[in-house]
Design a binder for this molecule. Structure first.
Ligand code: APR
Ligand code: ZN
Ligand code: ZN
Length: 361
């Protein structure tokens, strides 16, 4: 039987979000209905509201979520009712060329439950990133659910579903940070802060946090940065070189998504160092580089999409580390709010006041 619950809708371009009654159909083959416990507020939700991702309004926002499986459709074996799960927005197919070559992070046939949730008048909702979890319940593809240890705070675990995973993965999966490496992270918001934490987890010896906001540098220190650079007054490239014996860092992670910070990342790496772009640029952004500088420095220029994560491999592992006290996911939860507070949470995010606001249902 279809169910009616409350959810946060973005009705039209730049219109304030509001709580509405939404209709959740029964799960079809391969689908699951999840009772959402928590869902973090991410920049991507704001981008949806601003019309920056698609114009398929209205959206059901929210995608950094943890919850309990309530019911599953035909043929679902991955999860069962009662399982505690973290949701992901890339359920890999297991059959495409990328999957078959052992690189499911680049799967090009990821699937989700599509547009089956509606308003009470039948208007179809587009779920943000195929999830839509600022709602008491949501309908997803079963492959979007990863079972993790339930003895964990859902607010923290849910953050693994997007930004925090992107940051940790930029360090440990994409950057391949290893024991003893020097790592610089440019931009230490939620994603960059998580990259700092990932670098510590991977055993980096020197972790240089760069930001223009002193509050973010303080948090980065708490998360494991050994040095900080306030880029509002100092040239970060010079500062990173000085802090690495004149060489530059082995791995530099760009977590802002702007041409000028990407350029800094490019020049702040050691010879044969790796640059990872995890900040999301906009389509019109360009940078120009002397080709000789690309040639002459060697190394690798990489991008990290969703932290190159494999949810079924990475979520349970990171939850284990969290439970053992080796990964401070709680540090990202600046505040917990209700479903009616998402608009205000967007304002605080925009002002840089929070790492993450988390909606608790
Ligand atoms: N130099 C250094 N840091 C900067 C600069 C700069 N020129 N400009 C902005 N920053 C810092 C901000 O002060 C902030 O701390 O970058 C950080 C960006 O963090 P958030 O706004 O919290 O964004 P976050 O959620 O971490 O996402 C970062 O990744 O997912 C994408 O769309 C997202 O592109 C964004 C990036
Ligand atoms: Zn695939
Ligand atoms: Zn997100």
């Amino acid at each position: 039987m279809a169910d009616e619950v409350r959810g946060v809708i973005a009705p039209g371009k730049n219109e304030p979000v509001r709580v509405e009654t939404i209709v959740i159909p029964d799960p079809g083959p391969g689908e699951a209905v999840v009772r959402v416990l928590t869902c973090g507020v991410c920049h991507t939700d704001l981008h949806y509201k601003q019309g920056g991702i698609t114009d398929e309004f209205p959206f059901l926002l929210g995608h950094e979520a943890a919850g309990t499986v309530e019911s599953v459709g035909e043929g679902v074996t991955e999860v069962a009712p009662g399982d505690f799960v973290v949701l992901n927005w890339r359920a890999v197919c297991g059959r495409c060329r990328a999957c078959l070559r052992g690189r499911p992070q680049y799967c090009f046939s990821t699937h989700n439950a599509g547009q089956r949730m509606t308003l009470t008048d039948g208007t179809e909702l587009t779920p943000a990133l195929g999830i839509g979890a600022f709602a008491e319940k949501t309908l997803v593809a079963a492959g979007q659910c990863t079972k993790v240890d339930p003895e964990v705070s859902p607010a923290a675990a849910g953050l693994l579903g997007c930004g925090v995973m992107a940051g940790i993965g930029a360090s440990i999966n994409t950057g391949g940070v290893g024991r003893g490496d020097s790592v610089a992270v440019i931009g230490c918001g939620g994603v960059g802060g998580a990259a700092v934490m990932g670098a510590r987890l991977a055993g980096a010896a020197r972790i240089i946090a760069v930001d223009i906001d002193p509050r973010k540098l303080e948090t980065a220190t708490r998360l494991g940065a050994t040095h900080t650079v306030d880029a509002s007054g100092t040239d970060p490239v010079e500062a990173i070189r000085e802090l690495t014996g004149g060489f530059g860092a082995d791995v530099v992670i760009e977590a802002v998504g702007r041409p000028e910070t990407y350029r800094q990342a490019f020049y702040a790496r050691d010879l044969a160092g790796t640059v990872v772009l995890v900040g999301v640029p906009t389509p019109e952004m360009r940078i120009e580089l002397p080709l000789l500088d690309v040639f002459g420095r060697g190394g690798a220029l990489k991008s990290s999409w969703y932290g190159d994560c494999l949810p079924s491999r990475d979520f349970p592992m990171l939850v284990d580390l969290f439970r053992q006290g080796r990964l401070d996911l709680d540090a990202f939860v600046t505040e917990t709010v209700g479903l009616g507070d998402v608009e205000a949470a967007f304002d605080r995010m925009h002002a840089g006041d929070v790492l993450r606001s988390v909606v608790v249902l």
